[in-house]
Design a protein around this ligand. Structure first.
Ligand SMILES: NC(=O)C1=CN([C@@H]2O[C@H](COP(=O)(O)OP(=O)(O)OC[C@H]3O[C@@H](n4cnc5c(N)ncnc54)[C@H](OP(=O)(O)O)[C@@H]3O)[C@@H](O)[C@H]2O)[C@@H](O)CC1
Ligand SMILES: Nc1ncnc2c1ncn2[C@@H]1O[C@H](COP(=O)(O)OP(=O)(O)O)[C@@H](O)[C@H]1O
Ligand SMILES: [K+]
Length: 522
């Protein structure tokens, strides 16, 4: 029986493949009897149908199509033929003379139909829209010569471009630009998300990315990627199912977790407020906030429900020491936002706590100075480090950062911690597995956004009561939540209107919306 479509969509959206894995999956399908030509026909048909919705003939009749020598070009030719029969006015440009067999057959048939074939890519620049079928995941070296010039010219034309599978020029496994790449308006990724779609260097080329499902059996995907794949994408249904929702009707505050935040200084009091408001959105049962004593009034003004722990402070307004505290009563501790690097003794004390701890910002710089691995060596409970790339370099001086996914997993392996590397695409690595947050917004690129995330992570860990939920899954859920709230806020207020305080207001709204949408699906 075919997979139930809704479940299939949800599962498919979590997968991420390398070129090699995609080729292995493809081989399985072909070995099982699916003819290669039939698959290309099916994929081309799906792309053509999607294209007609995105760019109807009534508004985008004149279509220019770039055709490469491999199967990406073959897909493009099937699309060309289908659109031709739907009444689009097609012109194709085929820069290579050596086409692969199947691609060549489609080319011959199109020629026989009298479809316009142009010799110069310039002749495509007066079109309404371009379809890019030059290279897919078969791109394996730098683009140069006339191909380079063709891509350059098409990019300059400012026409909308629909890329098939990948923007030509983007390497499927690294997201790197090999010489030059098509700047797509829309990219229709075929079958399974390729790694490039979560690489920061590819973001500006992908445009709006969509997955075109061509019915690869889930069992075949799982045979190659494993039942628990090494790298997965955090998706809406996955994240929502990880939240502490719905609550038990008979729960009480002491069953909803107790989070201790250790944050703030006179200089950075706002960071303490933002982390606290992030934590508040998780509904954590009890929230204790340790701050320098002079910050108590301002914190209470924002969070009257919080238990403020007034700490003795230095002349500079930083935490001097923690008062006598029983750390065993907290389900999680998050530390570092706005702390400054002075309270290193406090951070050392926290490292000895027998509960999960989240270290961010100044706490990261403190442990980097103490020696990251040495500092974490005696931890028995999970440690979560949430560096941006600058902090990461200080924490793990020997790990190269060109490949963020690789860097995060190397750091997780070296330290035993859960590593969350921030940025346009946040990555979470732990225990040989990585989770990527596939969607976000540059609206978050402003001071204070990260403080909100620290509070969210701490709050979610403290409230988590499920035994089966991996700690990295909880951390990734918080990061997904953070991005989704920013996306919603940016939609309603523009990318400029997502100051961190506003972001905290959207945290609960976005969850209510996402849960309602999922319920509506059922
Ligand atoms: N697998 C699947 O599940 C499905 C795959 N499908 C489709 O197939 C696509 C992959 O097809 P593909 O393997 O033929 O590779 P593709 O990207 O068309 O190009 C390879 C050609 O380019 C050449 N070449 C490389 N770099 C170059 C450069 N810099 N400059 C110049 N040339 C360069 C390379 O040359 P070679 O290395 O052989 O010398 C080779 O000839 C995939 O993206 C999707 O669209 C779907 O139809 C159905 C399901
Ligand atoms: N271009 C971007 N696109 C998406 N998210 C971004 C972008 N730039 C930054 N972010 C996110 O914003 C947050 C910034 O955190 P951080 O660098 O710690 O700042 P701060 O310490 O000032 O709060 C992180 O969650 C990061 O992933
Ligand atoms: K392409």
């Amino acid at each position: 029986m075919p997979e139930i479509i809704r479940d299939r969509d949800r599962l498919l959206d979590r997968f991420l493949v390398s070129t090699e894995q995609m080729q292995q999956i493809e081989s399985k399908i072909f070995a099982a009897g699916m003819p290669v030509a039939a698959l290309m026909e099916k994929v081309g048909g799906l792309i053509a149908r999607r294209f007609q919705i995105l760019y109807p003939r009534t508004t985008h009749r004149r279509v220019g199509i770039l055709v490469g020598m491999g199967h990406n070009g073959g897909d493009a030719l099937v699309v060309a033929r289908e659109l031709y029969f739907q009444g689009y006015e097609i012109a194709i440009y085929v820069p290579s003379e050596q086409l692969s067999e199947l691609t060549n057959q489609h080319y011959c048939y199109l020629s026989s139909l009298g479809v316009k074939i142009v010799d110069n890519v310039k002749d495509l620049t007066d079109r309404d829209v371009i379809i890019d079928g030059l290279f897919g995941f078969g791109l394996n070296r730098e683009i140069s010569g006339s191909l380079f010039e063709a891509i350059e010219l098409i990019n300059k034309s400012q026409l909308p471009i629909v890329s098939i599978d990948l923007p030509s020029g983007i390497h499927a496994d690294t997201g790197c630009v090999l010489g030059i790449a098509i700047e797509a308006t829309v990219t229709l990724c075929l079958g399974i998300w390729k790694v490039a779609f979560i690489c920061e260097q590819a973001i500006e080329y992908l445009g709006k990315a969509e997955l075109i499902d061509f019915d690869i059996p889930i069992a075949d995907i799982q045979q190659i990627l494993g039942k628990q794949p090494m790298i997965t994408r955090m998706t809406t249904d996955r994240a929502i199912s990880n939240l502490p929702l719905p609550r038990s009707s008979i729960t009480h505050k002491y069953h909803q977790g107790h989070l201790l935040l250790i944050v703030g200084s006179a200089q950075y009091s706002g960071a303490a407020i933002l982390a606290s408001l992030g934590a508040r959105a998780t509904g954590v049962g009890m929230l204790s906030i340790a701050v320098p004593e002079s910050l108590k009034p301002v914190l209470l003004n924002y969070l009257p429900e919080a238990l403020i722990i007034s700490c003795p402070e230095t002349e500079a307004g930083t935490i001097k020491s923690l008062p006598e505290l029983d750390l065993s009563k907290y389900q999680a501790i998050a530390c570092g936002c706005g702390l400054t690097e002075r309270p290193s003794k406090v951070v050392k004390q926290i490292l000895a706590a027998n509960c999960p701890i989240v270290l961010d910002a100044d706490a990261l710089n403190i442990i980097a100075k103490l020696g990251t691995e040495v500092s974490l060596a005696s931890r028995t409970q999970p440690t979560i480090l949430t560096p941006h790339i600058g902090e990461f370099k200080r924490l793990f001086t020997k790990i190269p950062t060109t490949n963020k996914l690789g860097a995060a997993s190397a750091a997780a392996q070296a330290s035993g911690a859960v590593i969350l590397v921030k940025g346009a695409r946040t990555v979470i690595a732990h225990d040989g597995k990585s989770i990527v947050i596939p969607d976000s917004t540059p609206a978050l690129a402003r001071g204070g956004s990260g403080d909100v995330l620290t509070g969210l992570i701490g709050g979610l860990i403290a409230t988590d009561r499920r035994q089966d939920l991996d700690i990295a899954e909880v951390v990734a859920t918080a990061a997904w939540w953070h991005s989704q709230a920013a996306i919603l806020a940016a939609t309603e207020r523009s990318q400029l209107g997502v100051d961190p305080l506003t972001l905290t207001h959207y945290l609960n709204i976005v969850i209510a919306k996402a849960s309602n949408n999922l319920d509506g699906d059922l």
